[in-house]
Design a protein around this ligand. Structure first.
Ligand SMILES: [Cu+2]
Length: 304
């Protein structure tokens, strides 16, 4: 979990706390309908924000991220709803549950950059709960009787902007640290051959892409395929219906039948396999992690 993710979680906790305090103070002015709206809005947005955050942080473990996402959503919705009564609490719980679950699935399936954009969006909506609570808890008789109101919105937007800007700069740090390993990557690409004169092909995986997208190998000639993962999430490479023979020991061969080539690499790790392919043709390879193929993690292996 990165600093940005932690910051987001602390922030939604604070938003929940502020909303509850506001609501408790103005409890008598709020109709049960307004109370329900506030708890639903808070539960859903906190759930979604937490869900996407955990979905991105615990990529590959949808169960864990769903449980955490739903936990955050339910807690926020329930606590806020409880201020107005049982019905609002139930409404808040259901919204939190739904938001957390959907968020976790979303975080699991989309790329890290896209997820961060979504987190920012739902974080902003969570922020809006505070203003929604203020609007709904202000009685109709309240009037603006002096010019102080001019200062308040400006001050508020300044505070909100500062908080969001700080979060965004934490997010930038994350992106920069992600770029760094790629530099060392290009140096290691130079080792074209191994000691046994077997040609080595390095396929780099970063930003939901294979690099290169197309790999050409020769039929019946041993070749080592190295999978280098410079991303912060795990990736793999799979080819179905490929007639090949493994040479020596491979480090990562799990799942799949005889004709399935499967190579897997954890974040910031590499794995390789030496093989010789018996049949010419063009084969599609792709990443089997949910959502990655749909995001464009597809390439081509040409055997000739
Ligand atoms: Cu992948």
């Amino acid at each position: 979990m990165s600093g940005f993710h932690l910051y987001v979680l602390i922030l939604i906790g604070a938003i929940t706390l502020i909303t509850i305090l506001l609501v408790l103070r103005q409890k008598n002015h709020i109709s049960s309908m307004s109370g329900m709206i506030v708890s639903m809005f808070l539960g859903m947005n906190v759930g979604l924000t937490a869900g996407i955050t955990f979905g991105t942080a615990f990529q590959g473990d949808l169960f864990l991220s769903s449980v955490w996402g739903m936990g955050f959503g339910i807690l926020a919705g329930c606590l806020c709803g409880a201020c107005f009564g049982l019905l609002s609490a139930v409404e808040g719980i259901m919204s939190g549950l739904m938001g957390g679950m959907m968020g976790a699935m979303l975080g699991e399936m989309i790329a890290a950059d896209q997820a961060n954009l979504m987190i920012k969006f739902f974080l902003l909506l969570s922020f809006c709960t505070i203003f929604l609570a203020i609007i709904l808890t202000t009685s109709n008789q309240a009037t603006i009787d002096n010019m102080n109101w001019l200062l308040k919105p400006i001050l508020t937007s300044l505070v909100v902007s500062c908080v969001l800007f700080l979060g965004n700069s934490l997010n930038m740090e994350r992106v920069e640290s992600k770029v760094a390993p790629q530099e060392y990557q290009s140096n290691t690409n130079n080792n074209g051959e191994t000691k046994e004169d077997i040609k080595k092909i390095v396929i780099e995986m970063s930003d939901m892409k294979y690099l290169p997208k197309e790999v050409v190998v020769e039929k019946n000639i041993p070749v080592t395929i190295e999978l280098k993962n410079t991303d912060l999430v795990e990736h793999d490479l799979e080819i179905r219906e490929l007639s090949f023979k493994k040479i020596g020991e491979s480090m990562h061969q799990h799942g799949g039948g005889e004709n399935v080539l499967h190579l897997h690499a954890d974040p910031q790790k590499a794995s390789e396999m030496t093989l010789s392919i018996n049949e010419g043709g063009t084969y599609e390879f792709y990443c089997t992690i949910p959502g990655h193929k749909e995001n464009g993690m597809i390439g081509q292996l040409v055997v000739r």
